[in-house]
Design a protein around this ligand. Sequence first.
Ligand SMILES: Cc1cc2nc3c(=O)[nH]c(=O)nc-3n(C[C@H](O)[C@H](O)[C@H](O)COP(=O)(O)OP(=O)(O)OC[C@H]3O[C@@H](n4cnc5c(N)ncnc54)[C@H](O)[C@@H]3O)c2cc1C
Length: 401
Amino acid sequence: MMHFQVVIVGAGPVGGRLATELAASGISTLMLEEHAEIGRPFQCAGLVNPPAMDMVGLHETILQNVDGALIHSPTGIQVPVGSPGEIRTHVVCRKRFDQGVVRQAMEEGAHLWLLSKPLDATVVDDGVNLLVEREGEKIEISCSLLVGADGAHSWTRRHFKMGKPKEMMIGFQTDVTGLSGKENWLEMYTGRDVAPGLFAWVIPSGQGTHRIGVWARPQELEGRSVEQLYDALLSHPLWRERFTGMKEIARYCGPIPCGIVKKPFKDRVMLIGDAAGMAKPTTGGGIGPGFRQIELIASELINAIESEHLLAADLAIICNSYKAMRKEQDRARALRDLLVTLPADDELDNIFTMFNRPEILELINVKGDIEHPVPLGLTLLKRVPEFRKLALKAGIKILFA
Ligand SMILES: Cc1cc2nc3c(=O)[nH]c(=O)nc-3n(C[C@H](O)[C@H](O)[C@H](O)COP(=O)(O)OP(=O)(O)OC[C@H]3O[C@@H](n4cnc5c(N)ncnc54)[C@H](O)[C@@H]3O)c2cc1C
């Protein structure tokens, strides 16, 4: 039976990133990818923040840089956040980005099996025995550690009954041509009609193309589909003129798991990335948090693999570092609920009116960090008298969560 120290199920960006770290330390690593090609199909707006991009240095995959966001209230109040020339985030070609990450892993010595997926996995005393389907053929292999990096509907998470992410949003997106807009700026749209509880987006993706999408929590859909929300955005009386004349060239839909599962590990098994519920409840971005997760655990995990300390108790110590991430996720979610998800449209408009004051905009631009929205949120709650009332509503839960 072929043996690898680590088998990673799923060669997406997060699985590829971990494989790079492990293989670079001489750990024999196999990535299993069920598709014939890396990075296809993808469901992503392609936003990768500068720290995550710097970790992999795949700047050649950038299609467009984004300096700011123009946020629209339900009745059309516009709040601009950002400054021209100051890059807030990158828009990448996800296919090339994922391929670049996985290529880096292979250059470090990791193996990749395409058209391959696990059919069964059993934890035994000294490892994990796997039955894998590889290009239609059944093969038995074994490993010391099995890592589930297999996305939102993770087979690994379900097979080992490792719980569920706190929230599972649904995203829908199209690629279009023929839309104009402020260069280097993305737009966000709010309101019960078009994006109940969250927001819709229009993102420039280079060479005259844009990505238009919307995401929502299932409980906010009230019988509608996310596709219907998208249609509602395009036909909304305030904005429909903006969307006339554009041409759709692709559409896709996918889940976004936000909320780290309670115990993303078992004896010799662990979850990373979307499989573990790493995406941010404020933006749905999963690449940055996934990379950060790898950064946090890599060196301890490598030591544990080398010394064969891979039982649940050992992995629990390694995953201790998620506590801070989980806490930040919980606080960000509470702030999101307070400022975006729970308010009715008229309350949202009031919040936008407050945001639009010059001193608040300045605060947002100085302190605002889309990656870490909590410090800005807390500052706003403390400094802006009107927000204090909201803070009281949210109470201690947010401030001391
Ligand atoms: C509409 C939409 C827009 C988004 N926009 C952004 C954005 O702009 N920025 C951002 O950071 N995030 C965004 N996300 C989230 C982002 O796509 C994910 O967080 C990110 O891809 C997670 O990476 P991952 O490697 O954990 O999982 P994935 O990218 O899902 O990779 C998992 C891999 O595992 C493979 N796989 C799955 N099951 C098996 C199996 N049983 N056997 C073998 N292989 C398997 C899959 O084929 C895939 O290649 C968006 C999501 C959606 C739905």
